[in-house]
Design a protein around this ligand. Structure first.
Ligand code: TRP
Length: 336
């Protein structure tokens, strides 16, 4: 057995990555990717993206942008295994094997599915209106992603915790019937990572339309930061950093010294315009070098494709023999 801890997480390839994604998920994962005591798996969940996105061009474009984002920001692809879900056919096969052993009732309880049904009912529609089997059985695909590599720890947002519990349930049931095949995974949610506020002060999220994309060109990034809400306190009037979305965003990028200095500046009545300018400068300094790398990668998709293929090769070296064992255990075996 592998003595190292295996950490795995998937990134659904939809939407444009924003500073909230960067601070909450991407940056900690990239730091973790360099830890040689951990076996880490990061993958582009493009099969999950199909649940929300039915536009071929967009499916491809999002995968390109998200892969380029992680690579530009310094993901260590030597130490970690970085791959695209659809390049590992073993995951799809495992999904079916698990599907045949997953109670439909378990899926009925999934929050995302229930919320969609509720919305239909509220709107007076048929409960299943617009729902696909992809949305319904999404947690089984996610379980296969995780169980395929025997992940111990799965860093996710709070909205995904139920899916982890389902993956454990599915694994437990399978192990019970067919012997100890799967590691039971655990969700890791980080309470220390503050939720980044968006321009309007609510949580930065695509659904609130308050995001600041990571790869805005410098001028647009500045403009976007200038638009963060503040109150009407004048220059010279003391300001409360703990009650300021602008400060929270600053703090997510600053070190301890920088945070202390800025807090003092707030108490001393820094003008909002100046606080915004400083926030812009800090964020820009962190992103500027990677911005060039990102542009370079985006215009050379062949390079990205190569990295992903190599990642899939590594992932499959684990998945293929393991899937053979699983098939054998459930009776999909040679006849002689
Ligand atoms: N469903 C996850 C999300 O939307 C992404 C995801 C897919 C994932 N497969 C995974 C996360 C496996 C962790 C492990 O955020």
């Amino acid at each position: 057995m592998n003595p190292k801890t295996t950490v795995l997480t998937g990134i659904t390839t939809t939407g444009t990555p924003h500073l909230g994604n960067y601070v909450g998920a991407i940056k900690p994962a990239i730091t973790a990717s360099r830890d040689s005591n951990v076996d880490s798996y990061y993958f582009l969940a493009d099969f999950h993206a199909l649940i929300k996105c039915h536009e071929p061009e967009l499916v491809q474009q999002s995968t390109l942008e998200i892969a380029a984002t992680w690579l530009a920001l310094g993901l260590d692809t030597e130490n970690a295994t970085f791959y695209r879900q659809s390049d590992v056919p073993e995951i799809s096969e495992l999904t079916w094997l698990l599907t045949c052993h997953t109670a439909k009732g378990l899926m009925n309880r999934a929050h995302a599915y229930k919320a969609a049904v509720q919305e239909n009912e509220n709107a007076g529609e048929d409960p299943d209106f617009g729902l696909t089997m992809g949305l319904f059985s999404y947690p089984i695909l996610m379980a296969a992603d995780i169980l395929m590599f025997n992940a111990h720890q799965v860093p996710v947002g709070r909205d995904q915790v139920q899916h982890l519990e389902m993956a454990r349930d599915i694994a437990q049931r399978f192990n019970h019937h067919f012997g100890e095949l799967f590691v039971l995974p655990e969700a890791v949610t980080d309470d220390n990572v503050a939720v980044l506020p968006g321009q309007d002060g609510r949580k930065m999220s695509k659904s609130y339309n308050n995001t600041i994309p990571i790869w805005l060109p410098e001028k647009k990034l500045r403009k976007s930061i200038m638009r963060i809400v503040t109150n009407s306190l004048e220059p010279g009037e003391p300001k409360d950093a703990d009650d300021s979305a602008l400060y929270s965003i600053f703090a997510a990028f600053a070190d301890a010294g920088g945070r202390e200095e800025m807090k003092q500046a707030y108490r001393d009545g820094i003008a909002w315009g100046e606080a915004k300018q400083k926030t812009f400068e800090l964020i820009n300094a962190e992103l500027a070098p990677a911005r060039d790398a990102y542009q370079d990668l985006i215009s050379h998709p062949v390079q990205i494709e190569e990295v992903l293929r190599e990642g899939a090769r590594k992932a499959r070296a684990y998945a293929m023999p393991f899937l053979d064992r699983i098939r054998h255990a459930i009776g999909i075996r040679p006849l002689a």
